[in-house]
Design a protein around this ligand. Structure first.
Ligand SMILES: NC(=O)c1ccc[n+]([C@@H]2O[C@H](COP(=O)([O-])OP(=O)(O)OC[C@H]3O[C@@H](n4cnc5c(N)ncnc54)[C@H](O)[C@@H]3O)[C@@H](O)[C@H]2O)c1
Ligand SMILES: O=C(O)C[C@H](O)C(=O)O
Length: 357
């Protein structure tokens, strides 16, 4: 260590370097290092990147991940506005060291060494659009980010949020296959918001606390592909046919409900950040070796004849260690499953074809 390294003037110089937003590190790709003022690198925990960190989901998600005690290093990457988000989040007095990265030339630095990469990058819907209408813009964004993952942190677990999830997960799988880094267990499409909505709406109907309710939601993440299994709600309960129809419709259209309420200002961001943080926390606990961590996720699967499907998965050190079976379905759910599979199959094919063009 330099003899003056711990002197007050040396420490102040390093703090000042951080506070100058035009300092050379940012241009050279070395990133914001607010915590470099003191050696904090010893804190145990995982290295997590949020890609799309300056967006509606990304900002709240960055805040929530900074609050997670399992995170020791938090990298925030976006193509715009990361310095401000990074400076802001880095002032939270929690232990994770926060570093910011901006622009394609810093993607590699942002991803190198990461254990978990959470991707909420890409355009959100406006009223009148389907998630599939985002395909043309978001497919390329997801491809380039996943190429970065394959190159810089091929062993990281990926939580993919960008829509249309039913197609972006197959795109990511193709990118990793081409790079020779594909491990199906490590690629997880985030469908936790469907479960959060299902728990909320079911709890409203039952008149109980949503935290006591767990509704498996299987299939995919768009319209009829979102299939809540209301016959398998925990704790066990029953619904009238009207309640089943109301709940299924509301859960399948929860995203559209928010898009319409926001009236052109985007889609779900706050509830999504909450759901993504919950899912990431479950992944991190699994990676740490905790037992019995089960969440729904859209993954490579043999639960149906389709190559990807959302269902309950057991999370472990390597990601989705086990894909759990669907369990017994009633007639209504079996009919829903057939509709879901038809649409899912087209969305999966669309993602794979995009990569084969
Ligand atoms: N899986 C889900 O349940 C779910 C829920 C809500 C939203 N979403 C999806 O998440 C995505 C983001 O939504 P949002 O509301 O945060 O949108 P947003 O527009 O507010 O933010 C997106 C961010 O991505 C960034 N970005 C664009 N291209 C990028 C790239 N190549 N690399 C890194 N960052 C890039 C943008 O600069 C922006 O900051 C959308 O596709 C949306 O449909 C998914
Ligand atoms: O509905 C959207 O477009 C965003 C997201 O997929 C959601 O379910 O809220």
């Amino acid at each position: 260590m330099h003899p003056d390294a711990t002197s007050p003037s040396h420490r102040i110089a390093r703090v000042a370097a951080h506070l100058n937003p035009t300092r050379p590190q940012m241009e050279e790709g070395a990133a914001l290092r607010p915590a470099a003022c003191r050696a904090k690198g010893g804190a145990p925990g995982f290295k997590v990147a949020v890609v799309g960190a300056a967006g509606g989901i990304g900002q709240s998600l960055s805040l929530l991940m900074k609050m997670n005690p399992l995170v020791s290093v938090l990298h925030l990457y976006d193509v715009v506005n990361t310095p401000g988000v990074t400076a802001d989040v880095s002032h939270m007095d929690t232990s994770a060291v926060v570093r910011g990265f901006i622009g394609q030339q810093q993607l590699e630095a942002a991803l190198t060494g990461m254990d978990l990469v959470i991707i909420p990058a890409g355009l959100p819907r406006k009223p009148g659009m389907t998630r599939d209408d985002l395909f043309n813009k978001n497919a390329g964004i997801v491809r380039s980010i996943c190429e970065g993952v394959a190159k810089s942190c091929p062993n990281a677990i990926v939580n993919l949020i960008s829509n249309p999830v039913n197609s972006t997960v197959p795109i990511a799988a193709e990118v990793f296959k081409r790079a020779g880094t594909y491990c199906p267990k490590r690629l997880l499409g985030v469908t936790t918001l469907d479960v959060a909505r299902a728990n909320t709406f079911v709890a409203e109907v039952l008149g109980v606390d949503p935290r006591e309710v767990n509704v498996p939601v299987v299939g995919g993440h768009a319209g009829v592909t979102i299939l809540p299994l209301l016959s398998q709600v925990s704790p066990p309960c029953s619904f009238t046919p009207d309640e089943i129809s109301y709940l299924t419709n509301r859960i399948q259209n929860g995203g559209t409900e928010v898009v319409e309420a926001k009236a052109g200002a985007g889609s779900a961001t706050l509830s999504m950040a909450f759901a993504a943080a919950k899912f990431a926390d479950a992944c991190l606990r699994g990676m740490r070796g905790d037992a019995g961590i089960v969440e729904c996720s859209y993954v490579a699967s043999e639960v149906t004849e389709l190559p990807f499907f959302a269902s309950k998965v057991r999370l472990g050190r390597g990601g989705a260690e086990e894909i759990l079976p669907l369990g017994p379905l009633n007639d209504f759910e079996r009919a829903g499953l057939e509709k879901a599979k038809k649409e899912l199959s087209e969305s999966i094919e669309k993602g794979v074809s995009f990569m084969n063009k």
